[in-house]
Design a binder for this molecule. Structure first.
Ligand SMILES: Nc1ncnc2c1ncn2[C@@H]1O[C@H](COP(=O)(O)OP(=O)(O)OP(=O)(O)O)[C@@H](O)[C@H]1O
Length: 268
């Protein structure tokens, strides 16, 4: 049994091996760089050789078979229904030899994850709240269109100068849709097809930014303290995060959260 699992793993790694830089897809799109491998897809930065323009191509992970293709198909269907300046457009898709590919806008910029972990960016309370405030119009738009993103995390938000982008709609769903692909109870809250799951993720997003200024004292790296003790936040922000994380009753709507966020930001 262990041998079979090993063989399957080796086979998956082999068929999921990224396509080579320089390779041409559909005789039009040259692969410039492999951007990364997610749970269900491989993503490449490409160039349209006719126009010289850059674009991103996401390939359904071959080892995931039909499930991978169905998930990419779903991502395409959702992205095609969205039109927002903070969401990359799905430009086209194609299938070749049972492989599925989606073309989308390339968002040049830096993810919030890179800013914190590679650039050492530090977000004060006001800066972190302002960034969330900037992100909320696209989240609100998504919710009004009847969708939840379900994967709002620091690697999925890109800053490009003054502009903000939300990427990776691989887990996006219609609000109220049955939770088909969620494994494990802990993920249910984050992945429920309700707007509260995006608000819950925004609570964690905010904490990631706020912890960028937190210094652990020597010898006390492992702290059992929670964020409320470790971070010196205003009582209003603490309460807001408690509501986002559903420690207190959750916000009844996305607008209710936005209103409270604006009120806090207007305080001196
Ligand atoms: N439209 C885009 N523009 C620029 N970079 C992108 C775009 N879409 C994805 N990326 C980048 O490509 C890489 C892979 O992204 P992808 O969403 O496929 O997987 P992931 O985020 O690594 O994993 P998972 O999908 O499991 O969350 C990431 O570094 C992401 O920032």
């Amino acid at each position: 049994m262990a041998l079979l699992a090993y063989v399957k793993k080796v086979y998956a790694a082999w068929i999921d091996y990224p396509l080579q830089e320089g390779a041409l897809l559909q005789a039009k799109y040259r692969i410039l760089r492999f951007l990364g491998m997610g749970s269900y897809g491989l993503t490449y930065l490409c160039q349209d050789i006719r126009t010289g323009g850059e674009l991103v191509i996401k390939q359904a992970k071959p080892s995931k078979g039909k499930l991978g293709r169905d998930l990419l198909q779903k991502e395409i269907e959702i992205m095609q229904q969205l039109q927002h300046p903070s969401i990359p457009r799905c430009l086209a898709f194609f299938e070749k030899n049972k492989q599925m590919f989606m073309l989308m806008d390339y968002v040049k910029g830096q993810t919030v994850e890179d800013l914190i972990f590679e650039r050492g960016a530090k977000f004060s309370e006001k800066e972190a709240l302002s960034l969330i405030c900037k992100l909320m119009p696209v989240v609100f738009y998504l919710h009004v269109q009847g969708f939840v993103h379900r994967d709002i995390r620091i690697p999925n938000v890109i800053l490009q100068g003054d502009r903000i982008y939300l990427i990776d709609f691989g887990l996006a769903s219609r609000i109220g849709e049955p939770n088909e692909y969620v494994e494990g109870e802990a993920l249910q809250r984050r992945r429920a097809t309700k707007v509260t799951s995006d608000l819950y993720s925004i609570g964690h997003f905010l904490l990631f930014m706020l912890y960028s200024t937190f210094e652990t004292s020597e010898g006390h790296e492992e702290s059992a303290k929670g964020w409320e003790e470790e971070l010196d936040l205003s009582p209003a922000t603490n309460r807001m995060i408690r509501k986002l994380l559903q420690i207190e009753p959750a916000y009844t709507s996305t607008q209710a959260f936005i209103d409270e966020l604006n009120t806090i930001l207007q305080q001196p």
